[in-house]
Design a binder for this molecule. Structure first.
Ligand SMILES: [Zn+2]
Length: 54
């Protein structure tokens, strides 16, 4: 896992919009949240799904 700065916020668009933070380096990501800002809080507290490129 890389440091927190490498996380990039993304919006998954659609009828049920979701917010996620994704690390472009290793692919680690948060779960997709329905509440804007929840993804950032999850990332900061380390509630992250590890990427496959480690
Ligand atoms: Zn990373």
């Amino acid at each position: 896992m890389t440091d927190k700065d490498s996380g990039e916020r993304k919006v998954i668009e659609g009828p049920d919009e979701r917010y996620i933070v994704l690390c472009g380096t290793c692919g680690a990501r948060t779960r997709a949240y329905r509440t804007k800002g929840a993804e950032t809080r999850a990332w900061v507290r380390g509630d992250i799904i590890k990427g496959e490129k480690q």
